[in-house]
Design a protein around this ligand. Structure first.
Ligand code: PHE
Length: 490
């Protein structure tokens, strides 16, 4: 039996865009933009997109499509010592999907309770999130047992993920027709809602007013590069796996540009939605926009619900917003599962795909249970920090070294240009060999220095060592396979 294929090129692009567009576009990007210079942030952001994001995305598309394999086999085909790099990437994916699904479970809970007569968080959105939904304990040392509501919601989310991937690309290919356009339409509805409210313009000015001085702050550049890697779902084996389901001779360069530009366009757009609502909320409360802005879980589950609760038809727009989060998140979540499935299937081709998916989903669910305890948010915070600060950057760095110096960037570029509509110039080779690895290495070293100066958060050592394990265990596995090499010449 030949390799499974996407039904069309459009379906492939939808799936890649779906993986890229996720919670990061709605809560991470707008916040970063505001915090790091408003409109001026777009400059480092776009530079990061062009000199690192797009080249790396092309690299992953090219590697998957050329080798016709998921991340492990793909990297091993480029050099027999690099199979472990795929394992590294996929373990990181697996760890992310364990907690990403939990964030989706919170969204599901909020979606469902929106249908109550009065949204239950009205007047106390912070208490509602931390006390009523998460039942958060005072600190990570108090685990507090399992929060059964979250666990139940998590099961429901995994059922959704399972049925999105159970037949591999065939089911993914059907689901993305719905789950990729829908959140964009929903965001459009929320935007129109926001623009009918007084104060929305203040929100926009706040979001985009350029603070040029920010460009001199290295931290701004760090944030921009970090966000680009995260938002394009790079270094997790996802784009490699997705591209491996295309035929050997399909266009790469144009697809990478389309994916990258649509993704960033949606981020920018989401920023307008979020800041319109925040502006309106600041106006209603008679405070400055800066007093209502937050990032991360705080934005999506505290500030935004509160803003919506202040408006007419609170339940309707709340339900809409959380449906947006769910439909945004699900493509990213199942792309991570599919990356793992693809690699296992390369190895055990005779396993039955629905069963294999079931096993991976069940494991993902089990791995997520720790985040459904009443101390779950603390664990989530730690694991999220380590995966994004280290795993992502280490894998990305090794990918550029593997392709740039070991396999040969020029060789891969020749292949890309042979199959693509648009040629990519020698700048790509430069990016992969020199610019990207140097920048990624700088970010990595920087994160490490900060970490050593001041360990992340206020967590005890045992808790932080879970974070270190999240990075070091996959890294050691990589090293093991690197030293051993593979006898099977791919
Ligand atoms: N790209 C997704 C987003 O922006 C996030 C994501 C990153 C999902 C890595 C999975 C893995 O939300």
């Amino acid at each position: 039996m030949g390799r499974s294929r996407w039904a069309s090129n459009t379906v492939f692009l939808l799936a890649a865009i779906g993986s890229a567009v996720g919670l990061g576009n709605v809560w991470r990007f707008p916040y970063l933009a505001y915090k790091y210079g408003g409109g001026a942030f777009l400059i480092p952001y776009l530079i990061a997109l062009f000199i690192v994001g797009v080249p790396l995305l092309m690299l992953e598309f090219a590697v998957g499509q050329k080798t016709q394999a998921g991340a492990v086999k793909a990297f091993r085909s480029l050099h027999h010592r690099f199979g472990g790099l795929g394992i590294f990437a996929l373990l990181s994916s697996f760890i992310i999907v364990c907690y990403y699904a939990v964030v989706m479970a919170w969204s599901l809970i909020y979606f469902l309770v929106s249908f109550a007569k009065h949204v239950p968080w009205a007047g106390n959105s912070e208490g509602y999130f931390y006390k009523s939904v998460l039942e958060l304990t005072a600190n990570i040392g108090t685990i507090g047992g399992i929060n059964w509501t979250v666990l139940l919601a998590l099961i429901a989310i995994w059922v959704l993920i399972y049925f999105s991937v159970w037949k591999g690309v065939h089911s993914v290919g059907k689901v993305v027709w719905w789950t990729v356009p829908l959140p964009v339409i929903l965001l459009g509805v929320l935007l129109i809602r926001g623009m009918t409210l007084p104060g929305f313009l203040t929100g926009w000015v706040y979001y985009l007013k350029p603070k040029w001085g920010a460009l001199l702050d290295p931290q701004v550049w760090q944030a921009a590069f970090g966000q680009i890697m995260f938002t394009l779902t790079l270094a997790f084996g996802v784009m490699v796996a997705y591209a491996s389901y295309r035929k050997h001779d399909e266009d790469i360069n144009k697809g990478a540009w389309v994916t990258a530009l649509v993704n960033s366009g949606i981020s920018l757009f989401a920023g307008f939605v979020v800041f319109a609502i925040l502006g309106a909320m600041a106006n209603l409360k008679g405070v400055g926009v800066s007093e209502v802005v937050k990032s991360g879980p705080g934005l999506a589950f505290v500030v935004f619900p509160e803003a919506l609760s202040l408006m007419p038809f609170a339940w309707f727009f709340s339900a809409l917003f959380f449906l947006t989060l769910l439909t945004l998140g699900i493509d990213s979540a199942f792309s991570l599962v599919e990356a793992v499935n693809a690699a296992i299937h390369d190895r055990y081709a005779r396993w039955n795909v629905p069963l294999l998916s079931l096993i991976v989903c069940a494991l993902g669910f089990l791995g997520g249970i720790i985040f459904t305890t009443r101390a779950g948010l603390y664990f989530l915070d730690i694991v999220d920090h380590f995966v994004n600060a280290y795993n992502l950057l280490i894998v990305a760095f090794l990918q550029t070294i593997l392709v740039g110096w070991v396999y040969g960037a020029e060789k891969l570029r020749a292949y890309m240009n042979k199959v693509s509509h648009w040629d990519v110039g020698a700048w790509w080779t430069w990016s992969i060999k020199v610019v990207s690895p140097l920048i990624i290495l700088a970010l990595l070293v920087w994160n490490l220095v900060l970490e050593v100066e001041k360990p992340y958060g206020d967590y005890p050592l045992w808790a932080l060592s879970i974070g270190w394990a999240v990075t070091l265990v996959p890294f050691l596995i990589f090293l093991f396979f690197f030293v051993r090499g593979s006898k099977t010449a791919a």
